[in-house]
Design a protein around this ligand. Structure first.
Ligand code: ADP
Ligand code: ADP
Length: 227
């Protein structure tokens, strides 16, 4: 589903990623961890070209993703992304956040889009809040809306960039539960997270990064038994 080969990225002189090699199969759940500044976020942002890499290749579902490519919007439909900060439009209702951008652009009628959106809001246990505005919701609720919004695109893979790091502790479990449900449904996922309980529970593999390199790729059991 995703194949990264010999990928390198610099910010000016600074080498942010060096010789990244990672293959993620359909249905696989990969957790990426490592110290702050090690390149985790940059690596996953290259997959949908929110950041441009300079060397190496990235394939998403067999299509090469590269800087300046014309049909990047098609790739971004296949690759759903959830950020640390939820990035919802504050002046639109929850429902409109789901239906006004992504789905209408795909040519769905308003009625179709509404029905689909409500289905996804139910899946993340937030359908009761559909008429409210993002600032009226807790951080955990907003993050679940952000997950529903990404799912509306019917992505083939979901990228999560520290989705619980900005949340109050009591909000984290609800977001992780939704992510665990997605994992159990077979969604291909790459998750940058410090939530090691989540990693233990759902990860097929854990990728450990440091200073722009992948230092280790291991199965969770192996990984957590290391001293
Ligand atoms: P992580 O997600 O592991 O915390 P990042 O991928 O965000 O790490 O960042 C990796 C490194 O690249 C860090 O040293 C960071 O300071 C640097 N970096 C990230 N974005 C930029 C940018 N836009 N310009 C310059 N340096 C950046
Ligand atoms: P992080 O979760 O790594 O802290 P943020 O959520 O703060 O990252 O977003 C980082 C940057 O990505 C912001 O500058 C934001 O404008 C940009 N961004 C967020 N969503 C999108 C998107 N769908 N398309 C393009 N850029 C985006």
């Amino acid at each position: 589903m995703v194949e990264i080969k010999h990928m390198c990225k610099w910010y000016g002189e600074f080498s942010a990623l060096h010789d990244i090699n990672l293959t993620v199969a359909e249905g696989e759940r990969v957790v990426v961890c490592g110290p702050s500044g090690s390149g985790k976020s940059t690596m996953i942002r290259c997959i949908n070209q929110l950041e441009a890499h300079q060397k190496g290749t990235i394939l998403v579902d067999g299509v090469e993703v590269k800087p300046g490519m014309k049909n990047i919007e098609l790739i971004r439909r296949e690759v759903g992304m959830v950020f640390q900060s939820f990035n919802l439009f504050p002046h639109m209702t929850i429902l409109d956040n789901l239906i006004l951008g992504p789905m209408r652009n795909r040519g769905a009628s308003k009625a179709e889009a509404t029905e689909l959106a409500m289905g996804y809001l139910e899946r993340v246990h937030i359908a009761g809040q559909a008429g409210k505005y993002p600032p009226q919701l807790s951080g955990g609720q907003q993050q679940r809306v952000a997950i529903a919004r990404a799912l509306c695109m019917k992505p083939k893979i979901m990228l999560f960039d520290e989705p619980t790091s900005a949340l109050d502790p009591e909000m984290i479990a609800g977001v992780l539960d939704v992510m665990i449900e997605l994992a159990e449904e077979g969604m291909t996922m790459i998750c940058v997270t410090h939530e090691m309980g989540f990693a233990r529970k759902v990860a097929d593999r854990v990728v450990f990064m440091d200073e722009g390199e992948i230092i280790e790729i291991a199965e969770p059991q192996e990984f957590f038994s290391n001293p």
